[in-house]
Design a protein around this ligand. Structure first.
Ligand SMILES: O=C(O)COP(=O)(O)O
Ligand SMILES: [Mg+2]
Length: 220
């Protein structure tokens, strides 16, 4: 295996969190007297972090004014804190895949655009926090993915060179982040990617799940 550390995206790669995100958005929009959004819309809106999710929910003809956006974020934070993890589901192969990756002895990290307060609770509630040496969230570094900063921060925390790190994600943002940071990148096809299918040609490999990712990495 040529990789010395592994970083994982969270939403859409390890956990299907859309039901909880959609519930928090539903409560936020109702509180603000704004039209509702479907779960399918929320699935497309996830990926650029909380502020962009709220902004997309509130954008009809034009982006929301700053006061409405700020109200939306405050309401979303309150509602998501109450429901975070309630309906979150592991994607197929994640539990077994994480256990197998952990058994390799390589240091593992999460690199997500989800704010840290929510990431930590979610990893604890789903019982996978202990797998990760480092957790880098959407507000850990000044910039979020696709900026390379969060991924470079994770590599430093794991004590590994970016060039020997493999990032595994579900979206074009993960691909761009990995390219920007100089890491290899595998993608899973089952995540969100803002509603667009991911193509194998866009990343180093499109892998059915985390177990397949490990088998492929071991052959590299
Ligand atoms: O919070 C988001 O928008 C997406 O989070 P992710 O980076 O774990 O996919
Ligand atoms: Mg994701």
């Amino acid at each position: 295996m040529k990789f010395r550390s592994i970083t994982f995206d969270l939403d859409g790669t390890l956990l299907d969190t859309v039901a909880d995100l959609a519930e928090a958005c539903r409560l936020m929009l109702a509180e603000l007297g704004q039209p509702p959004r479907s779960e399918a819309e929320i699935r497309r809106f996830v990926g650029r972090g909380m502020a962009v999710l709220v902004e997309r929910c509130l954008t009809w003809e034009a982006a929301p004014d700053p006061a409405l956006q700020a109200q939306g974020i405050a309401a979303f934070q309150r509602h998501y804190a109450a429901v975070n993890g309630r309906q979150a589901q592991f994607f197929p192969g994640v539990r077994e895949g994480l256990a197998a990756w952990h058994a390799t002895g390589l240091p593992l990290a999460v690199v997500t655009n989800k704010p840290a307060a929510f990431t930590e609770v979610l990893l604890e509630r789903t019982g996978i926090a202990h797998y990760f040496t480092a957790v880098v969230s959407g507000d850990t570094t000044p910039q979020r993915k696709p900026h390379p900063a969060p991924l470079l921060h994770a590599c430093a925390a794991l004590g590994c060179e970016p060039a020997s790190n493999l990032h595994i994600g579900d979206s074009k943002h993960d691909i761009e982040t990995a390219r920007n940071a100089g890491c290899a990148v595998y993608c899973v096809p089952y995540g969100y990617n803002e509603g667009e299918p991911l193509r194998a040609a866009d990343c180093d490999a499109l892998v059915a799940d985390l177990r397949v990712a490990l088998r492929l990495a071991e052959s590299e």
